[in-house]
Structures are given as structure tokens and as C-alpha cells.
Design a binder for this molecule. Sequence first.
Ligand code: KIV
Ligand code: ZN
Length: 390
Amino acid sequence: MEKVYIFDTTLRDGEQTPGVNLTVDEKVQIAKQLERLGVDIIEAGFAISSPADFEAIKRISQEVKKSTICSLARAVEIDIKTAWDALKEAEKPRIHTFIATSDIHLKYKLKMSREEVLKRAVKAVKLIKEISEGKAEIEFSPEDAVRTELSYLYEVLEAVIEAGANVVNIPDTVGYAIPDEWHDKIAAIKENVKNIDKAIISVHCHNDLGLATANSLMAIKAGARQVECTINGIGERAGNAALEEIVMAIKVRKDQFPVYTDIDTTQIYRTSQLVSRLTGIIISRTKPIVGDNAFAHESGIHQHGVLENRETYEIMKPEDIGLKESKIVLGKHSGRHAFKKKLDEMGIKLSEEQLNEAFNRFKELASRKKEIFDIDIELIVEGLEDTEKD
Ligand code: KIV
Ligand code: ZN
């Protein structure tokens, strides 16, 4: 089985989420948790972008030794030098350099020709080798690859591999790709780019159409062996592919993906909570894998099934992501089975007649109230006793 490398960019692309601003200490804390999670490469920031980013990359390079530490750099000398200065003390440093290759970016943003961009890309890769004296791994991204003409994309990739790039990352910068189209694009790159075997193919998918996870998985099917992602899928606009979704899809659907990752999935929930707390980005209740409802069952039929055998309605175990157990949530769809289980858990014993009455009162309350808490049950039972006394 081949390994898929997990490249986490929570601290770089994730920090580009509008409204997010992490302190250096917070970034170090997240990086340490990412290391515990088993992330292979941590993109710790964009060294040239601010003194705080520089400082965070430097501290993470000093304090996190198991994962590769990476800084982003435009394909210009000052960025590459600054990235290397920040990364010098890392055990495994990587510089991720990028330049846009789509005609729309060339015309309106870079105002450069295709030839100029190609030369600049090659020069940047050679510069990383030179400045780091061969110590830094080199990753190259043709930004907006999704909208880049394919033959030009091949040309750029061939040239950067020839210059020494170890990883070629194919970004869907604007979240435009559709899964089968993206699969075919990655397969075509694997098939047609000369010496592609000398580099790892990576993908970096944005979520503008809600397809970032699907596109990342299809890329793996087509031969990508690194995926770039963030915790909880945070990032620019609608965010990046979510690490927890990709990793759990590979784990749960082993039959579809003959690959593995080194992620310790039992650290997923903790990492997700930490990132949410420090960034202030709230996780939707229905967010796959880490949302509050991901392992919660409310309807009577589902609750009955899960109480008999969890696999009736659960395709993964809560323990797999580091949660203690699934939640049986009492609400208006809940049945007697779950209600009785809740009473047992709370140590409340009722006669058959009392149980019937308590269940009726619970159903009546649940039709008015969204969620039923332990205190509601206690009050129902207390009410029964009062009725008896009356
Ligand atoms: O979305 C993107 O294209 C990027 C690159 C810098 C890889 O974040
Ligand atoms: Zn991005």
C-alpha cells in the first residue's frame, strides 16, 4: 500500500480565513497538536508576509521536530531568502514556491508572458536549492492550475522537475474543478509529464463548490500522493479541503483507496476543537466527522438501531476520532427505547405505569422544545412524584 502524505496548511491558507488572526504562541500550540495528529508537513506560514509569520515559522522550526516544516514563498528572491531564514533550524525544512500559470492570472495579475513565468518558476526552484545548500525540500505550485492550458502546465511541470522540485502541487485555487474532470487532469499529468516519477504529485483543492474533499479523493485515485488540507476545512472564501474528511474517507473506504496515511485519527476531535477555539471559527453542527451532530442520533428508529448495534446507522466509531461515545439526543422524534435508556443512565427507576406517564409528558415537552436535557427529565420525574402525592 502506498502512503498519502498529509500536508496541513491550517496555519497558512487556514489563517487566510477572513476574521482569523492567530498569535505566535497560538500557532506554536496548533503546530504541536498537528505533530501529535501525525501530519507529515506543516505549512507554518508565509515568512515574507509579516514579522509575526516569520517568528511563528522560526519558533515552530525550533520546537516541532517530527513533521516537515514549510514556508510559502512567491517565486522571487526576497521571499525565498526570508523563508529559508525562518526555516533554517527545522529538522526537515521545505520551501513551497508558487507562481500563477493561467492566462487570466498572467494577463491581469502578473502582466507577464508564459515564457517569463516559466523562466521565473525554474529560477525560483534553483534558487531554493542554492540558498538552502540543498537542505530544503522544494515544492512548486502553478497557481490556478485548474484554469491553466494543459500543454503549458505540462511544460512548466517538466521544467521545474528538471530544475529539482521534489513535489509538484496542482492547485484548484478557485474551487472550480468537478471530481471526474479533476481526476482526469491529474491522471493526464501523471501520464504525460516527462520525469513525473521524480516528484510527488500533490493537490490543493478549495471548496467554493463544496467539492474540495471529493476532488482531493479523486486526485488520490488518479495517482496524487500528497494532499493539502486544513483542520475543519478553514481557509480563503469557502475554505480548503478538510483534513478530517479526507483522512476518514480513506480509512472508512479502504476498499476504494488502496493507500494509507500516518494520521492518528484519535487526535482528530481534539485538534478540531483546538483550531475552532483559537481561530474563533465555529464548527457547524452538521459538519462531517467533527460537528456536534456527526455521532448524534435523534429519531426513534435510528436510536433503536444504534442501541442494538451501532453499525446500523454509524459507518465509523466515535472512538476513531477521539470521542468517547455517540450521543443519543432526546428530541421529538425519539422513541421509548432511548427514553428508557436515558432514565437507566440517570439511575431513575419507574414502574411500568410511571414510565408510560413520563414518556407521554416527555413527548409533549419535546414537541415544544428543540432539545431535551437531563434537567428536563429530572423535572418530568419530579412532576410524576408530585402528581402521585396530590
Ligand atoms: O490556492 C492556492 O493556489 C494556493 C497556492 C499558494 C498553493 O494556496
Ligand atoms: Zn489555497
